[in-house]
Design a protein around this ligand. Structure first.
Ligand SMILES: [Zn+2]
Length: 346
């Protein structure tokens, strides 16, 4: 989630109030379905890929796929290699960057990115890769993802391993895109953003579980750059990127998108990277985090399937639209009526 306006104290009080009111900490079981519903299953994280799983899978795909160049762009605070999966068939092609897990507790986007990379190796995507260059930086914050941090996660709610938003130093990487004090953001800027001619970027996150539009919980929310320093033409291209995503997700039946309510700060990637590099950016916030100390932010494993599919669909369809040029005529008028999401209060 891009914004964390609420202090930890508030969440502790909210949880205490919930307990005092006799509310169940575990979400009530409801029908297992596709798409957002209140019952999301147990807060287990054992089924998620570890950093070691991710690294092994990327190396395996690198060995299998001629088109894939796996690069190490730097190391995390705790010394974990940070990976870039690079597909560059022609430097003249338009290029898109997919970034996941700046926030370590927002992992299903990384699972989806890994599925996307595997699918690129099946041969069905050969035509696609001729016309678009694809860069994937999965799990920019592996220390947070593995709970290997220099602060306590004792109040986090998931069973098994804990995952946290912050890097090992307790820094929010998505507030570090101007100062760049952390090795993870330095690696991204020096060896990806500053090293390639990137046209588009999707920054993939997870938000809380209670966001809704028109009284219905959403599967995610999207937003383009909203800093006044972003060139209007760049904002238009960002809105076209959003249009491709919206057209891919809404018809699924399980996907429902709202407009994210975001600010103008350029310390966040959606705004800062657009202004500094002229990259058309889209923030995609998917529903629910893998771990948190707040009950209303964490999502159980029952919802994993459709959220991973939402990621794969997003990456596949945007790469296709950039490769065949259809993104340049994408209709952005839906943005005028896309409702801003609100938070359900019960
Ligand atoms: Zn986030």
């Amino acid at each position: 989630m891009e914004h964390a306006r609420t202090a930890r104290l508030t969440s502790v009080l909210a949880l205490a109030a919930l307990l005092a009111a006799g509310g169940a900490v575990t979400a009530p079981a409801t029908a297992v379905g596709e798409g957002p519903n209140p019952g999301t299953g147990q807060y287990t994280t054992a089924h998620l890929s570890t950093y070691e799983d991710l690294a092994a899978e990327l190396q395996d795909q690198d060995a299998r796929q001629d088109a894939l160049e796996l690069k190490v762009i730097g190391q995390s605070v705790k010394g974990r290699d940070l990976y870039l999966a690079e597909y560059v068939s022609d430097p003249e092609n338009p290029t898109i960057l997919y970034l996941t897990q700046q926030h370590g507790n927002e992992q299903l986007t990384t699972e989806g990115a890994l599925s996307f990379i595997k699918a690129l190796g099946t041969g069905k995507s050969a035509d696609l890769l001729e016309n678009v260059n694809i860069l994937v930086v999965p799990m920019l914050n592996p220390d947070g993802a593995m709970g290997d941090v220099d602060f306590s996660l004792d109040d986090y709610l998931a069973k098994d391993r804990h995952l946290t938003r912050y890097n090992a130093n307790g820094i929010d990487l998505n507030r570090d895109h101007v100062a760049r004090t952390q090795p993870e953001t330095q690696a991204l800027h020096q060896n990806v953003l500053g090293a390639y001619d990137i046209d588009y970027m999707i920054d993939l996150h997870h938000q809380g579980t209670q966001s809704e539009v028109d009284g219905e919980l959403v599967s995610g929310s999207i937003l383009y750059p909203t800093t006044p320093n972003a060139d209007p033409e760049l904002v238009q291209r960002s809105q076209q990127l959003g249009a491709v995503v919206h057209s891919a997700i809404e018809p699924t039946g399980w996907g429902r998108l709202g407009k994210y309510v975001g600010g103008t700060a350029e310390t966040i990637s959606r705004n800062g990277i657009a202004v500094e590099y002229g990259v058309a950016t889209l923030l995609f916030e998917m529903r629910g985090m893998s771990d948190h100390y707040r009950e209303d932010y964490i999502l159980g494993g029952r919802s994993n399937g459709y959220l991973i599919r939402q990621t794969v669909l997003t990456l596949t369809e945007t790469a296709r639209a950039i490769g065949d040029g259809s993104i340049e005529t994408a209709d952005t008028s839906f943005w005028d009526t896309l409702p801003e999401q609100t938070t359900r209060t019960e």
